[in-house]
Structure formats: C-alpha cells, structure tokens
Design a protein around this ligand. Structure first.
Ligand code: GDP
Ligand code: MG
Length: 598
C-alpha cells in the first residue's frame, strides 16, 4: 500500500450530532462490516455505550475505500466521544490523525463542544473537513449553519457536503472529499521506528495491547522494541489492525494505525502518550505525547466485601490502561474500611468508571460523594490540598479555604438568556461577558465554582433551556469562598464517608434536604435511627428513621414459595451495594444523595 493512499482521520462533533451514525454508514459503504453483522453505532462496542447511547472510548478501524479515481485508499477512522468529560479521548485520537471530519447537525448548528473539538483539532494541526448532517430533518437549515461555521470557526463551507448519516444520503461524497481534501501521512517509511501509543487495554491472555499510530518506520513480529518514556523493552509477538474485528498483519508501515502485542505483563511499562521505537535502531527523539489531564472530581471507591480490596486494586490498574485519565491511591475510611481515592475528569467519567469496574471486573462497590480539590490555608501558614471532606482540619486551625472555579461558556438561544442567568446566579456564578453569536443566539461567559457545576448544573441547564443550551468549561483558578464541613451523624455517630464541604449560606438548606433524603434511602431497622446534620459539632438538622414493624416474610405466609423466593432475592439484590456501618446498613444511594439536593 502506497503511503500517499492512506488517510487517517477522526470524526469530531458536539454530542448527538451524528458521529457514530456517520461511522456506521462509512463502514457499510466500504463493505467493512457485513450486512448481517451491522447494527446501529457499531463502534460503540461496550455494553455501557450501547445502553446509554453515548460514545465513551475512542475506537480506531481500518477500511479500504475504492475511490472514483479507480484507486484503493486505506482509511483509518477514529470515532470519538463528544461529552466534555471525555475530551481527553478526543485529544489522543486527534494526535493519531492527519485530518478530522467535523460533523455539525444542520438543525442545531454550532454548539459549545463543536468549538471545543475544533480547537483541539487545530492544536494538532489537522486539516478539517466540515459536513452538515441531519438534512433530512424538517428543521434543518444547512445554509444558515454553513454561514455560522464560516463566521464562528472560519472554515470554508462552499463545498461542504449536506448529508443524512441516518439514510446515507450523500455520504459517498464525504468519502471522496476525504480522499481529495485530507492529506496523506507525512512520515518516512525508511526512518527509524517512531510510533505513538494512543490507547491500550489489558487482555488476560496476551497481556497489554498497545494501540499505535506509526509516524515513521515499520514494526513487525520479532522486532525488539523500546517504550521510550518507561525504557521497557519487549519482543513483538503480533501486530495488526481492527476492521473492527481484530486482523493480524505481517507488519505495520508508516501511516498505519493498529495494535501491537508483546506479551507485556507489567502494566506500568505502557503509558498512553509514549513513543515506541526499536532497540537496535532507535529514533532520536520521542514524539511529543499529550498534556497530562488533571482530575477535577474525586471520590472514594470501596469494595462492599472488604476481602476484595486487592481485586479492586488490580482492576483499577488494568482499567487505567484503557483510561489514561483515571487516578487512584489507597485511602481508609472509619465507616467503609480500606479503599481508594480516585480522580476523574467529571461526574459522567466517575459514573462510567464505577460501572466498568462492576461489570468488567465483577466487583460490588460503594462510591462516596464526589468532591473537588480544596486549598485549605491553615492558621500556621501552611496550605493543604484536600480532596476528601473527611480530611479537613478542625475549624480553629483553618484561616481560609479556596475552591476551584471554571470559566464556562454557554451557547444559548436569546429567549433563554434570562433563565440561564438566573441559574448561574443561583450557582454562585460571576458574570463575565455576554456575546452575540447571531440573530438568534448568545454566548454567556460566567465564572462558576466547579463544585456547583459538577453536581447538577448540566441537567438544570437542560431543563431551564428545554435542551437548547450547550456548555463548555475550563478550569480558571482558585478563589476564596465561605465554606464549611457538614457532617452527617447516624445513630449519633459521624459517618466520615458522608461528610461534605458546602457553601456556608447553603448549609442549612442542604443539611435539611440531606437528612430528609437519607431518611428515605436508608432502610428501616429494628430500632429507631436519628439522622443529623452538623457543622463544627452543632446540629443544624435532624430527623428519625422509624423502627421496622414487620419482617418482610410475614406478609406471605400463604406458602407461596416462589413469591417468598422473589422477595428474598429482591432483598439480597438490594443488599449487594450496601455497607454495614456500626449497626446501620447504608445503601449506595445515600452517598450520592448530595448530588440531587435542591
Ligand atoms: P454522536 O453522539 O455524535 O455519536 O451521535 P450518534 O451517531 O449517536 O447520533 C445521535 C442521534 O442522532 C441518534 O439517535 C441518531 O439516530 C440520530 N441521527 C444521526 N444522524 C442522523 C441524521 O442524518 N438524521 C436524523 N434524523 N437523525 C440522525
Ligand atoms: Mg458517538
């Protein structure tokens, strides 16, 4: 295969604009996937992705396109997630590519993540090919949206194809434009090997599989390779590509995107962003990897069964291979025992990691309420970085606390500007700017505390604007806030894993809401359980969980064994994700109660 006939590209877009559907049509048109194996959003291969209808992981496939000029082209297509929490996946995909197909929904127009992804593509020097999708919708306005793309992004849209990824209309023209408008990879096949590791996963039989983009040189079985950052050396066993089925190849040449296996058992040897070269004829410098992503949200993860601590540790290490932005370190809780403090890019990321651990590693976990990192300045002049509310020093030792703020850009139709301002105000936002995008839309710029944004801001924004607003945000800095630690007491005992840090003026309401919520969530026991919220030892809210009156089986003495069984099973199911703390059983939802407070 001639290098000039290779095209490496990502599909980028705002969430739901049709990336995965376009990928489906491309796989169909190129006969990459047989008809009977085809299903919607086929590249969303994780169960979790299919159930939620979102792309979580990047996914690279090789396909052959017979172009109208009579030549065959090799495409490496990388589908990417659109949600802000997974932009790290996007940035890694882009580093493996030379071009990007930018999909914009012709009914919705340019959204916050459209812009964010375009900036990422430009940072990686990619050629961008705009495509208008969903022109089958009655509300589609391709001409208006083209103008918007030209004005907001500065991309020439005179040739932009108007497609329906759903029906397949004009998708063939996109394939032709990929051939003619996106560049071939520039590397040198005869130069020393230089391959970028952009993803990896752990296979229980073959060890670590590294996904690579070969920037220079070639790689084949028996090659002795070195990971430049970690210095680890291995002999290649197999190389190949995905179509999306795994296919073994005799070698990968410059410009190809595929995988390499080398019986790598030591997980730490492979780092996403590292460069692979050959031991005998190494390249001079490593490719520049990726910006390290700093987690924004932390929570504790604890096995329901304490005996599975080591399993959780191993699962986290393996999952980290496939999720380079995940962080974790051991922590202990009085209430929950031994577990890990884990760092995530956002709440959706946290949710996805927890669910992957439970499904792919068969663990039952308790996740504690999420927290941002606070800067706590003590009276002795030192500063502590606190990602766990339970670790906050006593009030008398604290001079002041700073919390992280983000700069949020919210694109919203004019009619909803008032409602959004209201929401931003409620969430302690500080107004920065209001920019006119066009006749219909505005861009609102606010600085908001990250802690307010990660909770329910996104959902609230959707309901305040009937789904018409879109949001992008970046960390902007630390600011002093009046914050206090709120403890929760069950049966008179502080449950450290339920402590949260709250804005002082919100504390009373949150304490009330939290105790009421816990009362509903925590199952009744044989005795009455007081639920209290306290700040610095002072009780600010209180309620009681009434004692249980009957046992569950008393109701079905009729001897209906199957019903009895069902009830017991249901109880067991409910027990799965519960932790006994002292004499009280606390279910998982209790730790997340703080998330849906007002
Ligand atoms: P992604 O988040 O960008 O990957 O978007 P998906 O490919 O998952 O598509 C989101 C939703 O839009 C799905 O329900 C698709 O069926 C729908 N969709 C995608 N393309 C089209 C299109 O051309 N026309 C219409 N009417 N719907 C589409
Ligand atoms: Mg998708």
């Amino acid at each position: 295969m001639d290098q000039k006939n290779i095209r490496n590209f990502s599909i980028i877009a705002h969430i739901d604009h049709g990336k995965s559907t376009l990928a489906d049509r491309i796989l169909e048109l190129t006969d990459t996937v047989e008809k009977r194996e085809m299903k919607d959003q086929i590249l969303d291969s994780m169960d979790l992705e299919r159930e939620r209808g979102i792309t979580i992981k990047l996914n690279a496939v090789q396909l052959i396109y017979h172009a109208k000029d009579g030549q065959d082209y090799v495409f490496h297509l990388i589908d990417t997630p659109g949600h802000v929490d997974f932009s790290y996946e996007v940035s890694r995909s882009l580093a493996a590519c030379d071009g990007a197909v930018l999909v914009v929904d012709a009914a919705q127009g340019v959204q916050a993540q459209t812009l964010a992804n375009v900036y990422l593509a430009l940072e990686n020097d990619l050629e961008i090919l705009p495509v208008l999708n969903k022109v089958d919708l009655p509300s589609a306005q391709p001409d208006v949206v083209k103008e918007e793309i030209e004005n907001l992004i500065g991309l020439d849209c005179s040739d932009a194809v108007e497609i329906s990824a759903k029906s397949g209309l004009h998708v063939d023209q996109v394939l032709e434009q990929i051939v003619h408008k996106l560049p071939a990879p520039k590397g040198n096949n005869d130069a020393p090997l230089q391959a970028l590791v952009f993803d990896s996963l752990y296979d229980s039989y073959r060890g670590v599989i590294a996904f690579i983009s070969v920037k220079n040189g070639t790689i084949k079985p028996k090659d002795k390779i070195r990971f430049m950052a970690t210095g680890a050396e291995y002999e290649v066993i197999d190389v190949g590509v995905r179509t999306p089925k795994e296919v073994i190849k005799s070698e990968l040449v410059t410009g190809e995107v595929g995988w390499v296996s080398a019986a790598i058992k030591n997980i730490e040897d492979v780092r996403v962003g590292d460069t692979i070269t050959k031991v005998e004829q190494p390249c001079e410098v490593a490719l520049h990897g990726y910006r390290e992503m700093n987690p924004m949200v932390y929570c504790g993860l604890y096995p329901v069964d304490n005996a599975r601590y080591d399993d959780l540790k191993e699962a986290l290490s393996k999952l980290k291979l496939n999720d380079a932005s995940l962080r974790f370190e051991p922590e202990t809780s009085q209430a929950l025992g031994f577990g890990f403090r884990c760092g995530f890019l956002g709440l959706l990321h946290m949710d996805v990691v927890e669910e992957r651990l439970e499904r792919e590693y068969n663990l039952d976990l308790i996740a504690t309420s999420p927290s941002v990192i606070y800067h706590v300045y003590k009276t002795d002049g030192t500063m502590l970085e606190i990602d766990n509310p339970a670790a906050l020093p006593p009030t008398q030792n604290i001079d002041h606390i700073e919390e992280p703020y983000v700069r949020a850009e919210i694109m919203v139709p004019k009619d909803y500007v008032g409602a959004m301002m209201d929401l931003c105000q409620k969430k302690r936002g500080e107004y920065i700017d209001l920019q006119v995008i066009d006749d219909l839309r505005m861009n609102m710029v606010y600085e908001l505390p990250l802690s307010e944004i990660i909770y329910d801001f996104f959902d609230k924004m959707k309901s305040y604007t009937k789904g018409y607003a879109s949001l992008d945000y970046h960390f902007s800095g630390y600011k002093t806030s009046a914050l206090v630690k709120m403890d929760i007491l069950l049966n008179g005992q502080i449950i450290d894993a339920l402590s949260t840090i709250v804005f002082k003026d919100f504390a009373y309401n949150r304490g009330n809401a939290m105790t009421i919520k816990l009362k509903d969530i925590i199952p009744k026991q044989q005795f009455e359980i007081p639920v209290q919220a306290a700040i610095g030892g002072k009780i600010i809210a209180r309620t009681n969980i009434k004692a249980l009156r009957k046992n569950v089986l008393a109701k079905c003495y009729g001897g209906d064994i199957s019903r009895k069984k069902k009830l017991l099973e249901k109880q067991k199911e409910g027990k799965k994700r519960m932790k006994k703390v002292g004499s009280v059983e606390i279910p998982q939802e209790a730790f997340m109660a703080v998330l849906s407070m007002d």
